[in-house]
Design a binder for this molecule. Structure first.
Ligand code: PPS
Length: 292
């Protein structure tokens, strides 16, 4: 698919591209349903992993045929995405046949359509440590033709620190949602690293939040299906049919590890990053693990 890579621009204080702002009125006026479940993340934090896990949790037993025939990006629409000739995220969400609807967004907390708050919807936020997040984002932007040109690794890292990425600053995103979670029982804040460490435990916690009690064998099956290698081999989750992705450059399910940043950061980059990180994160209680 031939697309022109977009330019970043400032959108109400957040760097964005037109692919995520062209449908802004419809996004902001989106009508949520009380049982909608929102998966909110900064890009490359484990969104697809969580979308698939939730989809299995709700529909593995009741609609197994859907899982074999409908790709995850159609089962869980990306709310703010507009990429012609495909239907918009809001249209896809509006026509979802499932209950609940699981809806993906990368919006920072202040941009979430107000209807989700009014309807008291449950929100699952997944955060990933900054260093692995930026590495994953770099490789993704190399292959994703609807993202701005990534440039080289050194300049990409600087842009990340400056918050000049699509969906803005990682620091503002993870902290904004974390602060909101302190006063909202409807947000379940999860960490990519915890999912890697013990997917079963995280699934248990998620079920408590959602008020679900699947059978032991169902949970086991879900944990099996969401393993990295299993998702990578599954045409419904590996995004191989996404025409905006150039698989000759990188993989969508690339490594799925904690600590891959060590293969990218120089010693000097790491020291500078840590110093800058301390400054930016000094007012939050939010803590990440960069290795395990
Ligand atoms: S996107 O485009 O924002 O929706 O991307 P997102 O799904 O958030 O992030 C992609 C990264 O998540 C990794 N991933 C996983 N890791 C471990 N286990 C499983 N099952 C899994 N599924 C997806 C994926 O590999 C990307 O990370 P990197 O580090 O690039 O491999």
């Amino acid at each position: 698919m031939d697309v022109t890579r977009p330019k970043l621009f400032d959108f109400h204080g957040v760097s964005m591209t037109h692919f995520f702002t062209d449908n802004w009125d419809k996004v902001q006026n989106f009508k949520a349903k009380p049982d909608d479940i929102v998966v909110a993340t900064y890009p490359k934090a484990g969104t697809t992993w969580m979308c698939y896990l939730l989809d299995l949790l709700y529909f593995h037993r009741t609609c197994p045929e859907r899982e074999k025939s409908v790709p995850i990006y159609d089962r869980v629409p990306f709310l703010e995405l507009v990429c012609s000739p495909y239907p918009t995220g809001t249209d896809k969400a509006d026509s979802l046949p499932t209950s609940p609807r699981i809806i993906k967004t990368h919006l920072p907390v202040q941009f979430l359509p107000k209807s989700f708050w009014e309807q008291n919807c449950r929100i699952v936020y997944v955060a990933r440590n900054a260093k692995d997040n930026v590495v994953s984002y770099f490789h993704f932007d190399r292959m994703e033709k609807i993202q701005p040109e990534p440039g080289d690794w050194d300049s990409f890292l600087e842009r990340f620190k400056d918050g000049k990425m699509v969906f803005g600053s990682w620091y503002d995103h993870v902290c904004g949602w974390w602060e909101k979670k302190q006063t909202s029982s409807k947000i379940h804040y999860m960490f990519y690293e915890d999912l890697v460490e013990d997917t079963g435990r995280e699934l248990e916690n998620l079920c408590s939040f959602l008020g679900l009690s699947p059978l032991e064998e169902e949970k086991k099956e879900i944990v099996r299906c969401v393993q990295f290698d299993v998702m990578k081999a599954n045409p419904m989750t590996n995004q191989m049919d996404d025409l905006t992705l150039d698989f000759s450059v990188s993989q969508f399910l690339r490594k799925g590890k904690v600590g891959d940043w060590k293969n990218h950061f120089t010693v000097a980059q790491n020291e500078q990053f840590d110093e800058d990180y301390k400054r930016k994160m000094k007012n939050t209680s939010l803590q990440f693990r960069e290795e395990m």
